[in-house]
Design a protein around this ligand. Structure first.
Ligand SMILES: *[C@@H]1O[C@H](CO)[C@@H](O)[C@H](O)[C@H]1NC(C)=O
Ligand SMILES: *[C@@H]1O[C@H](CO)[C@@H](O)[C@H](O)[C@H]1NC(C)=O
Ligand SMILES: *[C@@H]1O[C@H](CO)[C@@H](O)[C@H](O)[C@H]1NC(C)=O
Ligand SMILES: *[C@@H]1O[C@H](CO)[C@@H](O)[C@H](O)[C@H]1NC(C)=O
Ligand SMILES: *[C@@H]1O[C@H](CO)[C@@H](O)[C@H](O)[C@H]1NC(C)=O
Length: 669
């Protein structure tokens, strides 16, 4: 790119001068003045040479607290230099991709040409090579182009479990500018039809096993959708789908008609399940797909030689963007599995020679709960990336399974605050540079936990949290900068709620993650809480995350969630914990002791529900919203329920009689 080089030299010079400025800013102007005065006196008054004066000034700077900043610089420079390299690489690539309209399907085509016969997607179903994936997605593109689908149209993909063909579908559709809506197959009823409608889908491609679920909601779908079935199914009057298999077999494998698609335009939609309300459709643009992938894989030292094991759902960001991206952008072989299996995890990694794997916190916990086996250490996985690994089990996990690096990353599907732990700092979900914060403007800001309002200084600008002080993570939005853009949701109102003005300076906008983090003195971020995940009880704030960590620490590797439930006639919400107790061996007495020891009275759960099994969403997370709705009513809940008897300070069975007494106020909680 001739011409752009001088541009970059200029930018680097600009960055350097700003770094200098931030050093001065760190020292405060008064100190600077003192130093200059000192310098003047030393060199004119005492005739000291220039070098000695400089040395003396530096010594004074260090002695008066400057060493702290230097100490931070020394400790974080290698990390920041690595990240800066990635950032520059991303900025250059972005510029090139925007100028030449290079999209994700084009990147894949290029990768596929490099090694056409290399295994691309592998699973227990079989293997597809890069050329086969290219050809199949061309067939899909050609078929849907001929069927009349054009740029901007949306087609919903409803697949049960992870299939190797899955990626070919959205990739094929993207080749002709059609946007796939990646539907979570666990959804039923309202949630399912809501997702399909929210994306404004014109057609639905589904696996045969979902025909009943779709038939149930067919009448609630607003558009007149066309159904396409990917396999053989028994005739269904409601759907009467097009059978895709035979259609695709006839479709040509050569590239589809060229459709101009911009780099920052939509690639597909991913649904994010917030803690409240129905799922929201978040836009994944080509640029977002690219930088999330390159950011994460570069910091995790991955190359095209890596074989990546991905058992996460392919319709979510973690598995579907970063994992799949390593295959598309880097050219890694991607091994998928229909569904995560704790007992098969390391066996699979050994069988397929995997060198990298994806996780979410729950997966790590489930793996730790399996009995120790020789295969624990016989695999070649050297790096795992994902999110939600709890600090308590981080080291235990690495020690047992011998994984060198855990690449924990923080990346809201829709946000612009992606960050990652690049050096296995235990517990950290990412970092920001302390040396030159403006290079990657994400920060923590102070807020009032009760009202959710952001605290502002005299000029109305948000106040940054100091190291060690909790704050909400926010990221500056820069229009026209693909790396700093917030693509938002399909729904505009939902988009506006996530944006806040005047954060870094007057007139700017920042994306609000809703997550509360703490930063240490080196700029590493640690997860603390989710702003939505608190409830009030006896006039106090209870953080569900905090209570959960106490419980999960005590009950080891069982699943648990904490939430607030409404009690008739009482303000706020009473804490309730649902614990999965399949083997009915939970020691309630010792749990009670642990809670009493570690939590203030108001934060201790009032109700406990011991579930024998629990409906988890595709992410293995217990569904808080649904549990909270069911409340603590023994008339509708089959699981064993307990309540805290405030007189005996013990958990006692919650019978229908007790329930009625609580509701009528006879029993006081
Ligand atoms: C892929 O398609 C091309 C033509 O478009 C063909 O030459 C090639 O043999 C196909 N490859 C495979 C593996 O089917
Ligand atoms: C890139 O795509 C955009 C949007 O589709 C189009 O307006 C523009 O002309 C394209 N640019 C090039 C260089 O092809
Ligand atoms: C990543 O690569 C760099 C340079 O190649 C190396 O110094 C570093 O140790 C690697 N990190 C890991 C975790 O392998
Ligand atoms: C894994 O590696 C071994 C030894 O390098 C090789 O024999 C085997 O074929 C590989 N397996 C796969 C699935 O690539
Ligand atoms: C709730 O949390 C906020 C923020 O930490 C705090 O200012 C407030 O006092 C808390 N409320 C109570 C009643 O503790």
């Amino acid at each position: 790119m001739p011409g752009s080089n001088s541009n970059y030299i200029f930018r680097i010079a600009q960055s350097l001068s700003r770094t200098l400025y931030s050093v001065i800013d760190n020292m405060s102007l008064v100190k600077c003045g003192v130093f200059f005065g000192l310098g003047a006196i030393l060199s004119y008054g005492f005739g000291f040479s220039c070098q000695i004066t400089t040395l003396l000034i530096i010594a004074t700077y260090l002695a008066t607290g400057g060493w702290k900043f230097i100490w931070v610089v020394i400790n974080t420079l290698p990390r920041d230099a690595k990240a800066l390299k990635v950032l520059i690489k991303l900025k250059l690539a972005t510029k090139n991709h925007i100028q030449n309209n290079i999209t994700v399907p084009m990147i894949f085509t290029k990768t596929a040409k490099k090694h056409p016969s290399k295994p691309c997607l592998v699973s227990e179903e079989g293997t597809l090579t890069f050329e086969e994936v290219e050809n199949l997605s061309n067939q899909i593109a050609n078929y849907f182009y001929q069927a009349g689908y054009r740029k901007g149209d949306v087609v919903a993909l409803c697949f049960t479990e992870n299939r190797i063909q899955y990626v070919c579908y959205w990739l094929g559709l993207a080749k002709i500018g059609v946007v796939a809506a990646l539907i979570n197959y666990n959804q039923r009823d309202v949630a399912l039809s809501h997702s399909i409608n929210a994306a404004d889908s014109k057609a639905i491609i589904f696996t045969p096993d979902l025909s009943d679920a779709l038939a149930d909601v067919a009448s609630q779908i607003q558009n007149k959708v066309v159904f396409y079935c990917t396999g053989n199914m028994s005739p269904n009057q409601v759907l009467s789908p097009v059978m895709l298999q035979s259609e695709l077999a006839r479709s040509p494998t050569y590239p589809p008609p060229a459709v101009k698609v911009g780099y920052t335009e939509k690639l597909f939609y991913v649904f994010t399940s917030g803690t409240t309300g129905l799922p929201k459709a978040a836009i994944i643009s080509h640029s977002r797909f690219y930088y999330m992938t390159v950011g994460a894989t570069s910091l995790a030292n991955m190359t095209e030689k890596d074989v990546v094991y991905d058992t996460l759902p392919l319709y979510h960001t973690a598995g579907g963007v970063v994992g799949v991206g390593s295959m598309i952008v880097l050219g890694c072989t991607l091994v998928v599995r229909k569904k995560f299996s704790a007992s098969r995890f390391w066996e699979d990694c050994i069988q397929y020679n995997c060198t990298a794997a994806q996780y979410i916190g729950e997966i790590c916990r489930y793996l730790l709960a399996t009995p120790a086996k020789p295969t624990d250490n016989q695999h070649k996985v050297k790096v795992m990336f994902g999110n939600g690994l709890k600090p308590e089990i981080w080291k235990m996990f690495q020690d047992r399974f011998g994984v060198k690096q855990m690449g924990e990353f923080y990346g809201a599907t829709e946000g612009n605050c992606n960050t990652m732990n690049p050096d296995n700092t235990i517990g950290a979900v990412g970092f920001t540079t302390m040396i030159a914060p403006f290079l990657y403007p994400i920060t923590l800001i102070r807020f009032n936990k009760d009202t959710g309002e952001y605290l502002r200084d005299r000029n109305g600008i948000c106040i940054k949290s100091k190291p060690g002080e909790p704050g909400e993570l926010v990221g500056k939005i820069v229009k026209g900068d693909a790396l700093r853009e917030f693509d938002g949701y399909v729904n505009r109102q939902a988009t506006d709620k996530k944006v806040c003005p005047d954060v870094f300076k007057k007139g700017d906008l920042a994306f609000l993650t809703g997550d509360v983090l703490i930063m240490d003195k080196f700029g590493y971020f640690y997860f603390q809480d989710r702003t939505g995940d608190t409830f009030r009880w006896r006039g106090e704030n209870v953080s569900t995350y905090e209570v959960e960590s106490i419980i999960s620490h005590h009950i080891q590797l069982k699943d648990s969630v904490v939430y607030g439930v409404e009690v008739k006639g009482l303000e706020g919400k009473a804490g309730m914990a649902t614990i999965v107790d399949e083997h009915k061996n939970l020691d309630l007495l010792s749990l009670t002791k642990a809670l009493q020891k570690s939590l203030p009275p108001y934060a201790r759960p009032v109700f406990i529900r011991l579930a024998s099994e629990v409906d988890t969403t595709g992410t293995h997370k217990l569904k808080k919203v649904d549990l909270a709705k069911e409340g603590f009513n023994p008339n509708i809940i089959k699981d064993n329920l307990y309540y805290m008897n405030s007189k005996t300070q013990q958990y006692e069975p919650l019978t229908v009689q007790v329930y009625n007494d609580i509701c009528s106020g006879k029993i006081r909680l």
